[in-house]
Design a protein around this ligand. Sequence first.
Ligand code: SAM
Length: 283
Amino acid sequence: MNYRHAFHAGNFADVVKHIILTRILAYLMRKEAAFRVIDTHAGVGLYDLLGDQAGRTGEWREGIARLMAAELPEPVAGLVAPYLAAVAAQNPDGQLRHYPGSPFITRHMLRDQDRLMALELHPADAEALRENFAGDIQTRVTQLDGWAAIGTHLPPKEKRGLVLVDPPFEVKGEFERMTQALVKAHARWPGGTYAFWYPIKDPRDVQSYAKALRATSIAKILRLELTIRLPSTPPRLHGTGMAVVNPPFVLEEEMRTLLPILAGLLADEGRGRFHIEWIRGEA
Ligand code: SAM
């Protein structure tokens, strides 16, 4: 387990991933009934952008820093407001220094009745995450294999909510593992919303992932992707993807509004592309 998210915190992929996360949560909040978020690969929760790791790569400068500097038109500004509010909450003096990971962003949006379950397998990261949420009765941090949790912690007792799956993709076979995990999770909890993040490095991997998802019997899967440069050899990260199962019915339209703007902001000049497709259902 060598992956350290701190090197990438706040980069273009985090921005897109976390905006999608907040749009799903904003939709869940339309109803009073409680929901639960299960974050299977949670990371440490909070990142110092000027610290050793994030500071060394500076990836956030082409991610969250660009978005914060932009003048956003409506309705885009309204759609990203919950995400930017979660970032602002960690930077009370208005200077961007700390970046909230998925558990902090989720926690920022929870109401009193909602719960977060955050899983992290790396011992040091799990400990840091636990310290970050010490004393918080709405959040449970567990050092556990997120893949195993999918088999045991579903469905949540609220019967509403989101499972966010954001693995590090440091071992081969992660795309296959995502499909297997989804099929298993969906069998236990067909009504849940699931968001599976994936890197776009080698377009062939992404095509076979989409094909594998298409071959499942799951009714609704929305594919959301943004690329910021052309593919290269050897393959390097040039895009970010999310497969959302049972998405809120407004998500497709919201992303049709957001992704063109994000492509313009986050990509190399003129190179931004986005792709929205129903892998299953709704077309
Ligand atoms: N979701 C976080 C966010 O958006 O801020 C970032 C997560 S990072 C991409 C992936 C994390 O998964 C790393 O912190 C890594 O230590 C952890 N991890 C790796 N394998 C895991 C497993 N089997 N179960 C749970 N966590 C795992």
